[in-house]
Design a protein around this ligand. Structure first.
Ligand code: UD1
Ligand code: CA
Length: 453
């Protein structure tokens, strides 16, 4: 089959009440139009034509990598009018498949069925939905054949009861569309040229209309307002959660799981509630992620535990680490195996070798830290002098006492120890102990005087 797809994506979508074109609102972090393109691509059409509004620069820049034919519709005069704008660009021998840019949940198999059904007439996808209000209704005659589609604004009270609706997905040979589409009028409540009127036009010309019902009505959910956008988002997320569960990941509550990217996982990973995964995520086996964690472009090796309320971005984490709760791992960080990062520890652009522990309240920025080194509570790398960033290098088996300031650039060699409360400005050699604090003064009876003051 020589298939060409027309994606209708023009107009702002008045009910969205937005300055952003409707189809650029996101589903799982990507414009819903991207989701439609992903589905269309699976059909391997000869060409894809996308109807957008006149000022389409925004689309061309977002989708600059995409090999599609952009068609401009200067005024949004209806879905039939939109298809008419694209028609001159289609091969006259092609089978056309029309999909709406505001229906991002449809599956490739459903589109394929529609294209096949439309080869000798008109094929369309319908669905029986619990809430048909606002949608075009499928009108069938007593023998069950489709006769017309009536839009909500043009409907009679009896037709209002019909629960079989039009998805908007339609397929017909290009030759048929070229002959019949120009005959449609805007003689309806909205004064638009409806693509849906093509059905009655086909029937009155003795052309067969095959309406096949979507197996799952959620596939044809469209987005006209922000409420529907949120509903579509949930369905999409539910599907992603199901996919992960099928791959051996336990998700505590699939309705409180969000993935806005791609995930590769091993088996026996677990995710507690409210985990958000963004960008490219790779997990080994048996990675446990606590509630309220956010992971963005992260690789985590097997047997690592990420405790609740931890945020990790652009980082690579080794095996059997323990991170959090309330930890923040920022871009450019690599943690080797068995690293322990505790609460209120921030690590940025640093490389921590295996066995490093920073259990409480620390800032490690632009640092390289050797094997089994211990970082005390409240220790920080002073990496910024107000102008430039500097590196801190710490060797293996170093003890950094609590509340120390390591003023970079600085090197603390292996086996050394830094006493608590020190501000270190000069390099520390291997095996040295440095204590940098004022001597403790004792005033006998001073406590009493202090209280009486
Ligand atoms: C449309 C169908 C309705 C169906 C519903 C399914 C028509 C007349 N009605 O109604 O039968 O039940 O979808 O969701 O087709 N668009 C253009 N140019 C235009 C008008 C629309 O490109 O001039 C695009 C929009 O960007 C949108 C799509 O076509 O992606 C559908 O338009 P919309 O106005 O949302 O139609 P509905 O009222 O939802
Ligand atoms: Ca719509």
């Amino acid at each position: 089959m020589h298939l060409e797809v027309i994606v209708l994506a023009a107009g702002q979508g008045t009910r969205m009440k937005s300055r952003i074109p409707k189809v650029l609102h996101t589903v799982a972090g990507q414009p819903m139009l991207t989701r439609v393109f992903e589905t269309v691509r699976a059909l391997k059409p000869e060409r894809t034509h996308v109807v957008i509004s006149e000022n389409g620069d925004r689309f061309q820049s977002i989708f600059s990598e995409l090999d599609v034919n952009w068609v401009h519709q200067s005024e949004q005069l209806g879905t039939g009018h939109a298809v008419l704008q694209a028609l001159p660009d289609l091969d006259s021998e092609a089978q056309a498949l029309v999909v709406y840019g505001d229906c991002p949940l449809v599956k490739p198999s459903t589109l394929k069925r529609c294209a096949v059904e439309g080869q000798d007439g008109v094929g369309l996808i319908s669905a029986v939905v619990p809430e048909p209000y606002g949608l075009g209704r499928i009108i069938r005659n007593p023998s069950g054949n489709v006769e017309a589609i009536i839009e909500q604004t043009d409907i009679s009270p009896e037709q209002c009861e019909i629960k079989e609706i039009n998805s908007g997905i339609l397929s017909a040979p290009v030759g048929f569309l070229r002959e019949h589409l120009p005959r449609l009028t805007d003689n309806n409540a909205q004064g638009e040229i409806y693509l849906t009127d093509l059905v009655a036009e086909a029937v009155s010309n003795g052309v067969q209309v095959n309406a096949i019902q979507a197996i799952d009505y959620q596939e044809v959910l469209g987005v006209n307002d922000r409420l529907q956008l949120a509903q579509v988002e949930r369905v999409f997320q539910q599907r992603q959660a199901e996919n992960l569960m099928k791959q051996g990941v336990s998700i505590a509550d699939p309705s409180r799981f969000d993935c806005r990217g791609t995930v590769k996982t091993g088996i026996d990973c677990t995710m507690d509630i409210n985990v958000i995964l963004e960008g490219d995520i790779e997990l080994g086996d048996n990675v446990r992620i606590g509630s309220n964690c956010i992971l963005r472009n992260v690789q985590i090796a097997s047997d690592t535990i990420i405790k609740e309320n931890t945020v990790i971005e652009e980082a690579k984490i080794g095996r059997a680490c323990s991170i959090g709760p309330f930890a923040r791992i920022r871009p450019g960080t690599t943690l080797d195996d068995k690293v322990g990062i505790g609460n209120f520890v921030e690590v940025k652009n640093s490389q921590l070798a295996s066995g490093v522990k920073a259990a409480h309240l620390a800032y490690l920025g632009d640092a390289e830290i050797g094997t089994d080194t211990n970082i005390g509570a409240g220790a920080i790398t002073c990496n910024y002098d107000g102008k430039n960033k500097h590196r801190t290098t710490i060797g293996d088996n170093v003890f950094i006492g609590s509340n120390t300031s390591l003023i970079a650039p600085i090197t603390i060699e292996s086996g050394s120890a830094v006493a608590a409360g020190s501000s270190i400005t000069r390099n520390v050699n291997a095996d040295e102990l440095v204590i940098e604090r004022a001597d403790q003064r004792i005033v006998k009876g001073g406590g009493t005087r202090f209280r009486r003051r």
